[in-house]
Design a protein around this ligand. Sequence first.
Ligand code: AMP
Length: 199
Amino acid sequence: MSKRYPTYLFFGAPGSGKGTQGVTLGTLPGFFHCACGDVFRRLDTRTELGQRFLEYSSKGELVPDEITIQLWRESIQAAEANGRFKPDVDYLLLDGIPRNIAQARLMEDIIEVRHVFHLSCPDREKIVARLKKRALKDNRLDDANEEVIRRRLLAYENESKPLLEHYGPALITDIDATQFPVKVMKDILDRVVEDRKES
Ligand code: AMP
């Protein structure tokens, strides 16, 4: 592939609302949303890969980088092959990937990061409460157990947050994730409109 996919990253702690925003923007023409966690959750848990996913996610840990990036690439290529993702017209909206600097490097040849939306929620207790509520609603086992939640947040702090420095302030918009979701969406859209004007 010669041209890299123009990409917006939705970045933030688990429970910061990046999935909701990604799904919503992804319903508009010109965008294709892909959440890495969803790609993993669609795996048949009887397969070896499905078992590896359960092994790590049940502990609140990240799945090893090579497996993750390979699965993600296959998923994007499948979406492109069946016409759901049209890279000549669609911006890619990624949520939950890359999750660390090593993943960002492994994806550099395929995505061109146009902007990073950092959904920020410094109040960790609010995040924990959100995740517990979502666990009940969406049957997400990894978010039902408080110890697993704490480990997910720790992985975010230690492994994912350094990405903010990796991409640098010029590429990042910090957004207050505790706002009403439509206000979060407005903040994102304002930046997207600016970006599309420039391109
Ligand atoms: P999420 O729904 O994005 O919070 O992801 C749920 C779980 O899937 C995580 O706790 C990880 O075990 C795994 N996972 C999702 N995305 C990634 C990624 N980019 N790298 C490694 N593991 C991931």
